[in-house]
Ligand binder design. Sequence first.
Ligand SMILES: Cc1cc2nc3c(=O)[nH]c(=O)nc-3n(C[C@H](O)[C@H](O)[C@H](O)COP(=O)(O)OP(=O)(O)OC[C@H]3O[C@@H](n4cnc5c(N)ncnc54)[C@H](O)[C@@H]3O)c2cc1C
Length: 396
Amino acid sequence: MNFDLPERVKSFVEQIREFVDQELIPLEPLLLQAGFRSLLPELETKRQWVKAQGLWAPNHPIEYGGMGLDLMEHALVSEALGRTPLGHYVFGCHAPDAGNVELLHRHGSSEMKSLYLEPLVAGKIRSCFGMTEKNTPGSNPVMLATTATREGDEYVINGEKWFTTSADGAQFCIVMAVTDPEASKHLRASMIIVPTDTPGFRLVRNIPVMGHAGEDHMSHGEIQFENCRVPVSNRLGPEGQGFLLAQERLGPGRIHHCMRWIGICNRAFELLCHRAGHREIAPGTALGTQGVIQAWIADSAAEIQAARLMVLHAAWQIETIGAKAARNEISMIKYFVAKTLQNVVDRSLQAHGALGMTDDTILAFFYREERAARIYDGPDEVHKVSVAKRFLKPQK
Ligand SMILES: Cc1cc2nc3c(=O)[nH]c(=O)nc-3n(C[C@H](O)[C@H](O)[C@H](O)COP(=O)(O)OP(=O)(O)OC[C@H]3O[C@@H](n4cnc5c(N)ncnc54)[C@H](O)[C@@H]3O)c2cc1C
């Protein structure tokens, strides 16, 4: 098997990695001390540089101003960008906009494309995706309770959503709502675009996550819909196809997430090695002389390597045999990489002692924000059940 990369790919991945290290990582102290919003003017300047270099929106279609990279190529870019929480935003490929762009590109009407898709890809507006509800299980979304009742040419939406990432400041939300309560369970819901200035749409709060409510793009909103009316033409795809569309987002989105997590692992690993090499625990004796720390380094290196190869293999499977045939691989990387992420960040934080608990390094941010990796995009346990069921099927 040949692991070489084409020169073109090597060159832009290296360029992106250098930019992340030299221009974005130095902004992290400000992010940690003053919050995301305070960085917006600086980030806009960085975005202009990225656009000028032709590196903007690497995963989005060329006709909308993106680089049009394929899944494998973007996986490598996502790894380089994941080294900092600012990477994907500055390069215009951040969640949840990236998934919404894909939905609009595949299923949007021409009006939706000019109203929402074009400014979204250009980074002029932001969006959010509202499926999960506090009182119904996100792990089994066919039970969702938010309704969109048809009245003439309009849907009237009522219900509550939460953990709607980046709702704060978003111009529109793609909402998953029940359009036909009588239909079979996978045909009950549809995806509907709701501009956030529509009467009846209310951002109740940014939900504190381990004590930090965040703001703007870096936040998770609780949203209330009260007799919120939008035209029926705001529906994405045919009525009742909401779950099918959600499923479509899964494969490629998973690769982007997992490679971002690998980027975080790489960064945490470098910090672990630096700390081990430089922290004296006795005169002239570095922390890294201790067997227990060496084992953390060795285990982390092997786990990251294994996780990375699994994700790249899954991306290759999606591109060669399709997402449906690759569903085991797509599920396995979810829980394997999320656990690797947690292991590596935890070891690195531990090696930093009290410093690891502060916001003087990026580790505490990763620890608190990325614990959720085992929960969102389908909790690990749900993926494990699916994988195990497929392996058990022949045993019946
Ligand atoms: C940081 C963050 C960002 C998010 N962003 C978004 C977003 O932008 N839009 C959006 O719509 N949602 C978002 N979510 C919500 C996320 O998708 C849900 O939290 C997730 O689907 C789990 O749903 P739940 O929280 O309702 O947990 P539940 O469904 O109540 O499950 C709770 C736990 O039960 C266990 N469990 C569940 N089912 C099974 C099973 N079959 N077998 C064994 N164990 C099981 C798992 O351990 C699971 O963690 C986000 C969540 C987080 C934390």
